[in-house]
Design a protein. Structure first.
Length: 318
């Protein structure tokens, strides 16, 4: 049986369904999560469907996350979207559930689902949810279509990144034809930002260190971010903007997050794969877009050095 039909069969069986995604919610995770929740509830209004995880204030237009403290999960289905590793599932533990389905587009890390549907050639998990919809001959409401469109646009950075494929365009064209969403107006929701963030981006560009091997990095302390009036997640939203710079092959933003007592690394590459090295630092991700959470600035220095060495090896071979 087609995997999407199999997933739909399991969804029909369960009265309680929890949909989880990764910590540090982004548009793709949220778009996939809330679209899936809304589709199930619309088709089966008597089911209880929860979308769990810590809310992301920047992206609250996707929907409000639910809490599942009081519900019994023993007989419930858990669907985990956009999350390859157990440690990054936000707000649910697969072992508490009767049945678990994973739908993801990251390279495999942990296996925790009874059904694991992974397509690491897909540009986004929202694309996979869209494939699920059409494979099961379902219709989308305008609101669901908007959520999935935002998810796809978020992860592809407006169809810029690798894994944006003809399939992506075919699916999105069908979505636009069938739901007639006003997609240009949606960009405002995703990309509008305060001037302080633009000034902060200016700081980053002016103060980047670029090694002779093509690794660019910047350390962003809590103090600096407070001076600029931006939050610790701000830099992460700007990382993709350095994709086409002559001197830069790998680039790393290191942002201090005092609330969580960690340093967040956003790592990107247009050369060597970066996810394996990220996982050695406790992180992970896609081959050209990875992340990690570090404990100290010494660890941050080690990470920079490791990527610089990776570039030295890469240059020898290319
Ligand atoms: P980001 O730089 O936060 O946009 O993350 C880029 C990619 O790396 C995403 O696919 C994330 O799922 C993954 N990623 C980010 N942080 C971590 C982490 N701490 N552990 C594992 N994967 C991560």
């Amino acid at each position: 049986m087609n995997i999407y039909k199999q997933i739909f069969k399991e969804i029909k069986k369960y009265n309680t369904i929890v949909i989880a995604r990764h910590i540090g919610a982004d548009p793709d995770a949220l778009g996939a999560q809330f679209a899936f929740k809304n589709i199930i509830l619309r088709l089966f209004p008597d089911k209880k469907v929860y979308a769990v995880g810590n809310p992301a204030s920047r992206f609250k237009f996707f929907g409000n996350n639910d809490r599942i403290d009081d519900i019994c999960t023993n007989n419930a289905l858990l669907v985990v979207v956009d999350t390859p590793d157990l440690k990054r599932i936000d707000g649910a533990n697969p072992s508490d559930f009767e049945y678990v389905i994973k739908i993801d587009h990251h390279p495999v890390i942990d296996t925790f689902g009874n059904i694991e549907y992974i397509d690491d050639n897909a540009c986004s998990t929202s694309q996979l949810i869209l494939e699920f919809v059409y494979a099961n001959k379902l219709q989308l409401t305008k609101e669901e279509a908007e959520l999935l469109f935002l998810g796809i646009v978020g992860d592809t950075d407006r169809f810029l990144h690798d894994y944006t494929s003809s399939k992506t365009f075919e699916l999105v064209a069908r979505l636009l034809n069938e739901t007639d969403i006003n997609f240009t107006s949606l960009y405002k929701k995703l990309y509008h930002r305060p001037l302080v963030e633009v000034k902060f981006e200016g700081y980053i560009y002016s103060n980047l260190t670029v090694t002779e091997n093509g690794v660019a990095y910047i350390k962003l302390t809590d103090k600096l971010m407070k001076e600029y009036g931006v939050d610790s997640a701000a830099a992460g939203n700007m990382i993709n903007d350095l994709k086409f710079v002559d001197e830069i092959v790998i680039w790393i933003f290191l942002s201090e997050d005092v609330k969580s007592n960690l340093i967040r690394a956003n790592i990107r590459s247009v050369g060597p794969y970066v996810n394996e090295l990220a996982s050695r630092f406790g992180g992970g991700g896609h081959i050209f877009a990875s992340g990690a959470r570090l404990k100290t600035w010494e660890d941050a220095d080690k990470l920079i050095e490791a990527y610089d060495n990776l570039m030295i090896e890469y240059k020898k071979l290319n």
